[in-house]
Design a protein around this ligand. Structure first.
Ligand code: F6R
Length: 592
């Protein structure tokens, strides 16, 4: 979703802002803009549609915009097309601003402002919020913080705002409700960003501004205020992530780099996950809630927890969970899984669970994120910053955190399982060693129009993830099906040459899935089998076999998913696509 950066200090702001925006590109965007002011002169605004490179060219790498204070933005269109006019910053008489999120009552506010003489040039809710701040500021002759607070009381929805007031040179004002925003500090400069990678190069000391708080930022100070306008004091937190985490380190894409970081992500998550402060004693059932790939890890966990612990597990998509009249029973632990910790639907699901007085465990990658802060208990996956839109290492880290939860909740003797889990990083490295076959396979399937992924049980959970990876970055239509469901309708789509990938790592359902694959082959399918161990006769059935090493069958998803990530990656590369920033997608989905 939209990315915000801000800088005030003694360096030229524009190059720093452009650099910060480039680190937020992964969030997804379709236009970009900067506002930079030189001393007390009016801020100069430059906006461009399309990729950030257009803004870099328009400003000559920032050199055309002089000044040491400024704000920048990458916009992911919600209200209005991705045009230059709709791009941020938006300007009013006294205020220039950028925004992330959605102002739900913007039409009503726009009418009110029109009645008060304001004209509107864009279709955005952002122009409305910037002009509303301007309206209160001028009408009541109050300071920026009071004007922002009045605006926060009137505006409904979610937002992070960064504003420059013409009467306050060298200062940036910020506010947030739901949407992420952090403030970074060095001795002589202050930074503002939607996410850590944007400022990691300059500082690791950050403040997490709370919901419905406003901030005043100068080169030497950062102050926070509550909705009453009283100053509040927030602790400064040190980010442990390495600055190189936001660089490609010689890899062609972040996705490939992050795929290779999975052994470490898994190792660190295994090492740093403990349940000492989490009360699991009276847990009688689990509701696992998440979106996208995080939901797929929940699907895998469902099979494992039900098998090991024998307690009921529901896995719900957060966007459905939040609006369903679901009976939420006492004794249920709600587990919310999220890489970003900011996904709007997952956050809403968490709040619904808390309103029902159910304990919530967050499994979250981003420290200080909203889900991490609002959950009763948190397990931080140790994947480090994930930049590529398509998740890989965070998915793998979530899986192992869930394995450990399964062991804890079932109170089995953990030792033999932990022994297997400790071997996972080395086994993942082994899968990563040989990619030639997958490169060939990617070239073979890269012109396909449809791909089916099928499997049963845990193999179905892996199929879901393999299929999502494939479609989101290669744009090839792909579907994941429980293998036994195919013949209830979908098999009518299988024709000569249709690619069917069967995931076959679970012994107890191997024969069944294989039969379903043979049914597809009889209808002309090109069969790819992803398997482990000895599978006599498989060569005769499958056109192509991908083999991964063996481990405890409950943990096989961690190995089986790796070739599917690589297959999607190479297919996207063959098709010449933007692997790290697939069209229409955003890394962190902070709107519904
Ligand atoms: C797919 C992908 C998404 C996310 C989903 C949830 O590759 O990354 O499906 O898994 O948007 O995001 P988080 O985990 O940040 O809540």
């Amino acid at each position: 979703m939209c990315g915000i950066v801000g800088y005030t200090g003694n360096q030229q702001a524009a190059p720093i802002l452009l650099d910060g925006l480039s680190k937020l590109e992964y969030r997804g965007y379709d236009s970009a803009g900067l506002a930079v002011r030189n001393g007390d002169s009016a801020p100069v605004v430059v906006k461009t549609a399309g990729k950030l490179v257009n803004l870099i060219q328009a400003t000559d790498g920032g050199k055309k915009l002089l000044g040491t204070c400024g704000i920048g933005h990458t916009r992911w269109a919600t209200h209005g097309d991705p045009t230059v006019t709709n791009a941020h910053p938006h300007v009013s008489d006294e205020v220039v601003g950028v925004h992330n999120g959605i102002i739900e009552n913007y039409s009503e506010l726009r009418e009110k402002l029109k009645d008060n003489g304001y004209a509107f040039y864009s279709q955005t809710d952002t122009e409305v919020i910037v002009k509303l701040v301007d309206y209160y500021y001028r009408k009541y002759k109050i300071g920026p913080i009071d004007a922002i607070n009045r605006t926060m009381v009137r505006a409904r929805g979610s937002y992070a705002l960064a504003l420059i007031f013409s009467d306050y040179p060298g200062e940036i004002y910020a506010a947030r409700k739901e949407s992420p925003l952090i403030i970074g500090k060095t001795e002589d400069a202050s930074f503002l960003a939607s996410d850590v990678p944007a400022i990691l190069k300059y500082t690791r000391s950050v403040y997490y501004i709370e919901n419905l708080q406003a901030a005043r930022i100068t080169p030497s100070t950062v102050q926070f205020f509550n909705l009453n306008g009283d100053e509040v004091f927030l602790p400064v937190k040190e980010i442990e992530w390495d600055a190189s985490a936001a660089e490609k380190d010689g890899y062609e894409h972040f996705m490939l780099k992050e795929i290779h970081e999975q052994p470490l992500a898994v190792k660190n998550t295994l090492k740093n996950t403990d349940f000492d402060n989490i009360d699991l004693t009276n847990v009688k059932a689990l509701d696992i809630v998440a979106c996208g790939s995080a939901w797929h890890t929940g699907v895998a966990a469902q099979y494992i927890i039900e098998k090991l612990a024998g307690i009921p597990v529901r896995v719900e998509l957060a966007s459905e969970f939040r609006y369903r009249s679901l009976p939420l029973s006492k004794g249920t632990l709600v587990v919310v899984i999220s890489q970003s910790g900011e996904t709007a639907d997952s956050l809403a699901a968490l709040r619904k669970a808390k309103e029902a007085h159910l304990p919530v465990l967050g499994i979250v990658n981003v420290i200080g994120s909203s889900i991490a802060r609002e959950a009763d208990y948190v397990i931080h996956t140790q994947a480090g910053p994930e930049i590529s839109v398509a998740t890989t290492k965070a998915y793998s880290a979530q899986l192992v955190a869930l394995y450990m939860l399964a062991l804890k909740i079932s109170r089995v003797n953990e030792e033999p399982y932990m022994h297997q889990l400790d071997k996972l990083p080395a086994l993942i490295s082994k899968v990563l060693e040989d990619k030639k076959d997958l490169q060939y396979l990617a070239s073979r399937i890269s012109n396909s129009s449809d791909i089916f992924f099928i499997g049963r049980g845990l193999d179905y959970a892996v199929s879901l993830e393999g299929s999502l990876k494939m479609k989101e970055i290669s744009y090839i239509r792909s579907e994941a099906y429980p293998a036994g469901e195919l013949k209830h309708g979908t098999i009518s789509l299988v024709e000569d040459g249709t690619v069917v990938i069967g995931v076959l790592t679970q012994d107890d359902v191997y024969e069944k899935t294989l039969s379903n694959m043979i049914e597809c082959k009889s209808r002309g399918a090109y069969l790819i089998a992803l398997t482990s161990g000895q599978r006599p006769g498989l060569e005769k059935v499958a056109d192509f076999i991908i083999r991964v090493p063996e481990t405890e069958s409950m943990f096989m998803a961690s190995l089986a998913v790796i070739p599917l990530q690589l297959l999607a990656y190479y297919t996207s590369v063959y098709r010449g696509l933007d692997v790290d920033k697939p069209r229409n997608l955003a890394k962190s989905v902070t709107v519904e």
